[in-house]
Design a protein around this ligand. Structure first.
Ligand code: PLP
Length: 434
């Protein structure tokens, strides 16, 4: 972690140049002179290098024909998806809207996996009708879902490619709202139910079992549960009376939002070594001739979180006896993670701060007390009009935004490799609000 003038810069895309904050070398002040705050800015170099590192390390770990399916719910911006599509990325989608967005961005149906417990018949039909054979896989989360897919596929004269999402009954060490791998969670199927359905011929007329998947949660920094979940999946795969085409190890790899998390953060190479070791022990190692099974990944946060920033202006400050407030123009409707998960995000002043820091509540304009980006954070004195950057905002930022308080969604900008600034999504006007 680089520390300059007492400011933590836990994000590789951020630097101070002559006392001014830059994102991938472009001055934030310069960007804000052309675009009204609040806005999101993404760094193309960071995004692409994150993807390339992830894919490259999967190959280096010897995993066969890795397919990296970026989780669209982390960030569905079409221009960013086009960049990933050109790199060969696939998509992990959870709705018909995300399916259409992925296809429109140039991600082919053969590289799309469809997750989620509540796929509707219309969404199933859409996913069967795209590409030549429909999506690469429906990641099925209940037996009724399998039955519904069968009915829709029969009606359309198609064969649906099916993957069972395993609930491995592990407890991932993460926030309870983003933990998904235990029996009490709505996600995935239990081993015994998968085995029973796999052996029941009635399911396999209009459906073909081609894979297994597992995804135990998000923002994972401790990979113990991840390893055991993958081992459980590999062992189950050997018991199935079907020839599988892939094993999908899900997403969930965390990032360091807080400097303390930087010490715990698993390197991508460490993660890939764990995936390789777990699959070798539970699956590949048990065959004389390795089966032609590829490994699928569904990362979201690790690819995009550190490539995005949310830029706000200070509107005013106020002091209520011993409580100091900095009121900014971005709100929880724009960036929800602090309100929803009590998540920590670094807040970096654009002018390199001089002078003493005092504990400050950094709050937005929304009429909710939870509209707070930081409680009692040591902050330098800032005045009306000063710019403030919230770091690591690329994942679950814009995509979780709402129009609460009848506020339009903010602009999204991209700093390209040539240090140009492109508008990749215009701010929503009042007329566009519903
Ligand atoms: C959300 C989600 C992901 C992506 O999770 P990240 O933590 O962003 O990597 C992957 N797969 C499934 C099924 C998901 O629901």
């Amino acid at each position: 972690m680089a520390t300059k003038r007492g400011v933590s810069l836990n994000s590789p895309a951020l630097t101070y140049d002559k006392g001014e904050l830059c994102i991938e070398g472009v001055s934030v002040k310069k960007i804000a002179a052309q675009h009204a705050t609040p806005f999101f800015v993404y760094g193309q170099k960071t995004l692409l290098s994150n993807y390339q590192e992830f894919f490259g390390e999967a190959q280096m770990a010897g995993l066969p024909r890795p397919l990296v399916c970026f989780a669209l719910k982390a960030n569905p911006n079409k221009e960013l998806l086009k960049l990933l599509a050109a790199e060969g990325s696939g998509a992990d989608i959870v709705s018909g809207g995300e399916l259409r967005r992925a296809l429109e961005s140039g991600i082919p149906a053969e590289r799309i996996v469809f997750s989620g417990v509540g796929k509707t018949n219309d969404e199933i039909a859409l996913a069967l009708n795209c590409g030549t054979n429909g999506v690469y896989s429906f990641n099925v989360e209940s037996i009724e879902e399998l039955e519904h897919i069968s009915v829709v596929a029969a009606k359309l004269g198609k064969v649906a490619r099916i993957c069972f999402r395993l609930n491995p009954m592990v407890k991932a060490k993460t926030h309870k709202y983003i933990s998904t791998g235990n029996k009490t969670h709505k996600f995935g199927l239990l081993q015994k139910d998968i085995l029973k359905a796999a052996k029941d011929k009635k399911h396999w007329k209009h459906c073909k079992l081609v894979g297994l998947s597992v995804h135990i949660g998000s923002q994972l920094l401790d990979l113990k549960a991840t390893g055991s979940a993958i081992v459980t999946m590999g062992e189950l795969a050997r018991k199935l009376p079907h020839e599988l085409e892939f094993l999908d190890v899900g997403g969930g790899l965390g990032v360091a939002y807080h400097p303390d998390e930087a010490k715990k953060l698993p390197a991508i190479s460490t993660y890939m070594a764990l995936v390789a070791k777990s699959l070798e022990a539970s699956y590949f190692g048990h065959f004389k001739v390795k089966p032609p099974v590829r490994v699928v990944f569904e990362p979201g946060r690790r690819i995009i979180a550190k490539a995005g920033f949310f830029v706000m202006s200070v509107l005013r400050h106020k002091v209520s006896e011993d409580q100091r407030f900095l009121i900014v123009d971005g709100g929880m409707n724009d960036f929800m993670r602090p309100s929803l998960y009590d998540a920590f995000h670094d807040l970096v002043p654009v002018k390199a701060p001089a002078g003493k820091k005092l504990p400050t509540h950094v709050v937005g304009p929304i009429c909710e007390s939870s509209d707070c980006f930081a409680h009692g954070r040591p902050m330098p004195a800032m005045k009306s009009g000063d710019l403030l950057v919230l770091s690591d905002a690329g994942a679950y930022g814009f995509s979780m935004g709402s129009n609460y308080n009848l506020r339009g969604k903010p602009t999204e900008l991209l700093v390209t490799g040539e240090q140009d600034i492109r508008v990749v999504n215009k701010a929503q006007s009042y007329e566009e609000l519903r």
